[in-house]
Design a protein around this ligand. Sequence first.
Ligand code: HEM
Length: 157
Amino acid sequence: MPMHPALKPVSGLIGTWRGAGRGEYPTIDSFEYTEEVTFAEAGKPFLTYVQKTWSPEGAPMHTETGYLRVCDGSALEFVFSQPTGQTELAEGTLIPAADGFSCELHSRVMNSASAKQVDKTRRTIELAGNVLTTSFAMAAVGVPMTHHLASEMRRAN
Ligand code: HEM
């Protein structure tokens, strides 16, 4: 089945990416992690997204899944589901660049009854050829919008 034409601006994401990340937040100890992300299409106007992370010792850390779609050629809508009880509805404008694009996504967040309180998130995604760079900030647990994560991945397949 051919790729849906609406996905053309983000088609460079399709595949699996792997690399290293570092996390911090004022309330926790800093940490390092390995990250693997897979974007896939199935002929529909969205990409599926699966992310997994591991500690330097190989223990599973955070994981999340989601869907990404592009509206009117440049409006990105990314829905994230967290096993920790949050869902993020992230929206931003795709900025084309040489061999890729960048996008800053701002989220509205819903928290389950037992989840740690996350009020807002801000994510950046930058694709440049075979390099995918991400960052993540959040307003959470009483702390205003502050950096939590940064990672750089390369195409694994
Ligand atoms: C690469 C993905 C991520 C990794 C490796 C990661 C890792 C961590 C670690 C190690 C901690 C400290 C220990 C703990 O509470 O478990 C933490 C805390 C936290 N993370 Fe993340 N995280 C990731 C993504 C996220 C995302 C997407 C969110 C929100 C939607 C989030 C929200 C939080 C919150 C609210 C805390 C608690 C802070 C506190 O209790 O003071 N994290 N994270």
